[in-house]
Design a protein around this ligand. Structure first.
Ligand SMILES: Cc1cc2nc3c(=O)[nH]c(=O)nc-3n(C[C@H](O)[C@H](O)[C@H](O)COP(=O)(O)O)c2cc1C
Length: 181
């Protein structure tokens, strides 16, 4: 699979996940970074005002790839805003793509991701892996936002979550192959 992993991470969890996915897929990496200092406040304003923040990004080119895997946090139910500039750039030419995230999940899944991705990229993702820190914690007492937001995943957890992402990608590829047959 000639895959490209394009990732953003604010506090490190999705960086660890992206490292695991890229290593399993032997994929090239593009890391997006904030061009300006980020805080909880700028996260809030970006999401509220639907802003595309300035980012430092190497060339966000996906030509010739079998699949592009975007990886980043979910903020306020939406894909983290620093991925937006790349979405805008790739929208005219993007082929098969997927989105994976390790987010908090204290309030359950993030049901708006598929619709948001389709709106921003002009086509539906082949797979979404909405993975949750809450699922890594003991179920009792029920994990709350303050527990999940302080949590930093271990290398071992990142490896397991990366395997789940790759399994979702392989399922999507075999569904495609069946549909084409
Ligand atoms: C302002 C803010 C809003 C968040 N909103 C959500 C959310 O809506 N759903 C969710 O599951 N997690 C949410 N999270 C949790 C992050 O997605 C989670 O901590 C993630 O692992 C951080 O990824 P990173 O370490 O790669 O930056 C939010 C975190 C912050 C800081």
């Amino acid at each position: 699979m000639n895959a490209l992993v394009i990732s953003y991470s604010y506090t490190g969890n999705n960086e660890a996940l992206a490292n695991g996915v890229a290593s399993l897929l032997r994929a090239d990496r593009v890391r997006i970074e904030d061009a300006k200092r980020r805080s909880g406040w700028t996260v809030f304003l970006d999401m509220l005002m639907d802003r595309t923040p300035p980012t430092v990004r190497p060339a966000c080119e996906a030509e010739g790839r079998d699949v592009v895997v975007f990886i980043g946090p979910v903020w306020m139910g939406m894909v983290a805003s620093p991925l937006r500039a790349c979405f805008e750039r790739l929208r005219p030419t993007i082929g098969r793509y997927a989105f994976a995230s390790v987010s908090g999940g204290a309030d359950g899944p993030n049901p708006g991701l598929a619709a948001e991705l389709e709106r921003r990229l002009g086509k539906a993702p082949v797979a979404i892996a909405d993975l949750h820190i809450a699922g890594l914690l003991p179920p009792e007492p029920r994990p709350r936002r303050k527990d999940t937001s302080a949590y930093r995943i271990s290398g071992e957890e990142a490896g397991r979550l990366a395997e789940a992402v790759v399994a979702a990608l392989r399922d999507a590829a075999s569904r495609d192959a069946t549909a084409r047959a």
